[in-house]
Design a protein around this ligand. Structure first.
Ligand SMILES: NC(=O)C1=CN([C@@H]2O[C@H](COP(=O)(O)OP(=O)(O)OC[C@H]3O[C@@H](n4cnc5c(N)ncnc54)[C@H](OP(=O)(O)O)[C@@H]3O)[C@@H](O)[C@H]2O)C=CC1
Ligand SMILES: N[C@@H](C[C@H]1CC(C(=O)O)=NO1)C(=O)O
Length: 328
């Protein structure tokens, strides 16, 4: 019995989920939904139809888990609570400051419908969140640091694309080298958001768009850019397609902590990612979380979860017996 997966929203993440499902034979794609004209959306999986998003709830009996691949800036706050009424859902919501309110809205909808929802699946939030939890649980006397990049943040790129007059955008996150060196040398400084990363944006503006207004909206955008030193470059669509086609990213979480009666012993935990494709890696995490959501629903564990609430074994396609044989 395969787990039947639907995709809501066909962009970088939607294509990534479609691809990731091919690497998970216990799961299959059964439907793709889009707010655009379905005829304009070409998917790569034969035998699967593209439907209008407005028809999704009528096809709920064909989907065990609906994976929401919309943007966190404006799509997911509406879509995840709405579709949790009809489906088990997974999303990648990554506006960190708004995760508590998103969780509450999705939890209300999922509980009322008896569905299971997983929000904020991916790598940050997601795998990095898990490693921050492991680090602080194991080394309570310590500090952790998270660094991203240099790479393309999909959330920040999506947020810029939502600005009136913007045709396309990529945002690169760049770690501040001096901060990196201090942490790697074992120092544990207090660093402000601005002292850890800068952000560089490449934007294609529409014909006649007000570039000064676009730049101002970017650099002052709360939760995304306001707390960072941000630069904005306006380029042509040709330059965008020539110089910014790939979506690499990565980063690491470091936890340094002390043990011993006099806290005399130092320990460092590091978890790092080097990603050729941010969307494909993120989608692979999301697909594993969709498997866990399905299993939790089968066991009556409904309502909203984050990756921190998922039993690790439920992420794997292997049975408990196989995992105990191979991984313990
Ligand atoms: N937690 C994490 O670690 C991560 C989270 N993310 C999140 O994933 C979100 C989605 O990122 P990403 O997939 O790159 O965003 P995209 O901009 O590629 O897609 C977002 C939505 O826009 C619509 N869309 C896509 N292409 C077009 C187009 N050509 N014209 C019009 N509409 C289009 C699609 O909806 P429709 O088909 O309905 O039109 C799609 O679902 C990000 O906002 C980010 O928050 C991303 C990476 C990591
Ligand atoms: N959510 C991020 C994933 C990581 C990357 C990131 C950043 O560069 O600011 N923050 O978290 C994304 O959308 O790519």
């Amino acid at each position: 019995m395969t787990i039947r997966v639907g995709i809501m929203g066909y962009g970088n993440l939607g294509r990534g989920v479609e691809c990731a499902l091919k690497q998970n034979p216990d799961m299959e794609l059964t439907a793709v939904f889009t707010r655009r004209d379905p005829g304009s959306v070409k998917i790569l999986t034969e035998g699967v139809n593209v439907y209008p998003a407005k028809d999704a709830k009528d096809l709920a009996d064909q989907v065990d888990v609906l994976i929401l691949c919309g943007g966190s800036a404006t799509d997911l706050p509406e879509q995840t609570p709405e579709y949790a009424k009809y489906f088990n859902v997974v999303d990648s919501f990554d506006t960190h400051a708004k995760i508590p309110e998103h969780f509450a809205a999705v939890d209300k909808a999922a509980r009322e419908a008896g569905n299971t929802a997983v929000i904020s699946a991916g790598w940050d939030p997601g795998m990095f969140s898990l490693n921050r939890l492991y680090g602080s649980a194991v080394l309570p006397d310590g500090k952790d640091y998270t660094f991203w990049g240099r790479g393309v943040s999909q959330g920040h790129s999506d947020a810029i694309r939502r600005i009136a007059g913007v045709k396309d955008a990529r945002q690169y996150t760049i770690p501040v080298e001096s901060a990196l060196e201090a942490i790697r040398s074992g120092e544990t400084p207090e660093l402000t958001t601005r002292q850890k990363h800068t952000r560089e944006c490449f934007v294609v503006a529409g014909e006649g768009a007000d570039k000064a207004a676009i730049e101002k909206e970017i650099v002052t955008m709360p939760n995304y850019f306001a707390d960072y030193d941000t630069t904005v470059h306006f380029i042509s669509q040709e330059e965008m397609e020539r110089d910014h086609r790939s979506l690499p990213h990565g980063g690491f979480v470091i936890r340094s902590g002390k043990t011993g009666w006099d806290l005399e012993h130092n320990h460092v935990i590091e978890y790092s990612l080097k990603l050729d494709s941010n969307p494909e890696f993120t989608s692979s995490v999301i697909v594993a979380c969709a498997r866990a959501a399905y299993r939790m629903k089968q066991e009556g564990m409904t309502g909203c979860k984050t990756i921190l609430d998922l039993p690790p074994a439920y992420l794997s396609s292997k049975s408990g017996e196989e995992l105990r044989k191979e991984l313990l």
